[in-house]
Write a protein that binds this ligand. Structure first.
Ligand code: SAM
Length: 282
């Protein structure tokens, strides 16, 4: 009998995929973790039944949570990732040779362990082999409280704002991030689907604007996320992602990016009207 996995995106709509095998299914202190093999999207990680990453489309999310900030900041050396236990975000950061240290602060050690074992194409830089990467199994909120004025970039690669990630969408957390960044630092956070999550976006961008002088939203197309239309928040103390973007440096990058490029960097910040309305200042 065929096995199909369905994630509901609203009461009446979802995405469904044929699964060939369950590779891991277990419960951590924080959430239910499953890793399954699908017929079209390769291996897929689910947390509490929601799609986190698939091998086939993870390049979009991981290119876009990293490279826009790494190519806007002129010289990022120290980067913190909160969440991101699958390792894909760290893998992309490591392509930037100027980065001296990337710290991964993931609350759930089981996500890290199972990603190293079952998702090696993503977790290849968090398996202990790279001295430029340090792992902390801890709550991101507790971690940044003790690290002030330290990072050039902070990337929040979190789950949705329920359970352990709830606090990562609050104004108090953004104030701590502001403090943990150096004077010209940048924060990027996944900011949900403009199509389905207008309410979350509204409060998230309001909270960000209460703290950061520069706040912009940018978009990416991610087939396995609700509606396929996904977004990221770019919050910055000094550099603007379009006006201060060094197109030449991005064009001369010495590594391959399957989604990101110097044209898309600019295009991603151009938003459809309904998405602008979600985050309009009123
Ligand atoms: N790409 C995914 C998405 O947008 O659906 C997110 C990747 S998933 C690996 C996000 C990770 O954030 C999870 O492993 C989860 O354990 C972690 N996380 C959630 N809340 C956290 C917190 N407060 N501190 C650190 N990590 C957290």
């Amino acid at each position: 009998m065929d096995l199909w996995y369905t994630e509901k995106h609203s009461e009446n709509v979802g995405i469904t995929m044929k699964v060939s095998k369950t590779l891991f299914s277990g419960q951590s202190e924080f959430q239910a973790l499953e890793i399954v093999d699908t017929l079209e999207y390769g291996r897929m990680m689910l947390l509490d039944g929601l799609v986190m990453v698939t091998e086939r489309d993870e390049f979009v999310y991981h290119d876009m949570i990293t490279h826009p900030a790494l190519f806007t900041h002129p010289n990022p050396k120290k980067v913190l990732v909160i969440g991101g236990g699958d390792g894909g975000t760290i893998r992309e950061i490591m392509k930037h040779k100027g980065v001296e240290l990337a710290v991964l602060c993931e609350i759930d050690g089981l996500v890290i362990d199972k990603s190293i074992e079952l998702l090696p194409s993503m977790a290849c830089e968090i398996d202990g082999s790279n001295p430029r990467v340090k792992l902390h199994v801890d709550d991101g909120i507790a971690y940044i409280r003790d690290h002030q004025d330290e990072f050039d970039l902070i990337l929040v690669d979190s789950t949705d704002p329920i359970g352990p990630a709830e606090g990562l969408f609050e104004e108090d957390f953004y104030r701590m991030v502001f403090g943990a960044l150096k004077k010209d630092g940048i924060m990027v956070a996944q900011s949900e689907s403009p199509f389905y999550h207008a309410d979350i976006q509204k409060s998230m961008y309001k909270n960000l604007r209460a703290v950061f002088p520069i706040v912009e939203m940018y978009q990416a197309f991610i087939p396995t996320y609700p509606s396929g239309f996904w977004s990221f928040a770019f919050a910055s103390k000094q550099y603007h992602p379009v006006r201060d973007f060094d197109r030449e440096r991005a064009a001369k990058r010495d590594f391959y990016t399957k989604y990101y490029n110097e044209d898309l960097h600019l295009g991603a910040f151009m938003l459809p009207t309904f998405a602008k309305e979600n985050i309009a200042e009123k």
